[in-house]
Design a binder for this molecule. Structure first.
Ligand SMILES: [Mg+2]
Length: 169
């Protein structure tokens, strides 16, 4: 049985994912989670580093869209100055919003990747939609029991991925 949590690539941070790398994969669109992937929960708007990264993607002809399970208010404020396609209350791990985003963007599973920090939601939804999945470790994890439980569920898959790909961090 396919492990729906298994990513295709892992990076330490989102900005280590270069436009050149994405272009080499034939990527036209990045569907990205927001919280803990691009910014910590408590950061209401993108910082300069994120804005620069998004611009570098767009200069390379790559569109980014936000696919978040968070509330409309959070995502609209975060996206206020970027104005990228954004989907809130996305219902990840279900693939519905990813399929909708690709339809809106005019891309398909061959030229779209899913980026996120959580295997149970982001990787699962990406795999369900048949996309390549890129995972980064959460920027700043919540410490409550539920989140720790989710990390525990993800641990085996991450270990397996790192071993297979000789990742030592
Ligand atoms: Mg997240």
């Amino acid at each position: 049985m396919k492990n729906m949590m298994m990513p295709h690539y892992m990076f330490k941070t989102y900005d280590e994912i270069t436009p050149d790398f994405l272009v080499s994969l034939g990527v036209k669109a990045v569907l990205s989670d927001v919280d803990n992937t691009l910014a910590p929960y408590e950061q209401p708007e993108p910082d300069d580093k994120l804005s620069a990264w998004i611009k570098s993607l767009s200069d390379a002809g790559i569109t980014i869209a936000f696919i978040s399970n968070n509330e409309q208010e959070r995502i609209e404020l975060f996206n206020r100055n970027l104005g990228v396609p954004a989907y809130w209350k996305s219902g990840k791990p279900f693939k519905k919003s990813l399929l909708r985003a690709m339809k809106d963007l005019g891309t398909d599973r061959t030229n779209t990747v899913m980026l996120g920090d959580q295997l149970l939601t982001d990787a699962w939804a990406g795999n369900a939609a048949g996309l390549k999945v890129i995972i980064v470790p959460p920027i700043k994890d919540k410490l409550n029991l539920f989140f720790r439980f989710k990390r525990w569920l993800e641990k085996g898959t991450i270990r397996k991925f790192k071993k297979k790909n000789n990742i030592t961090w």
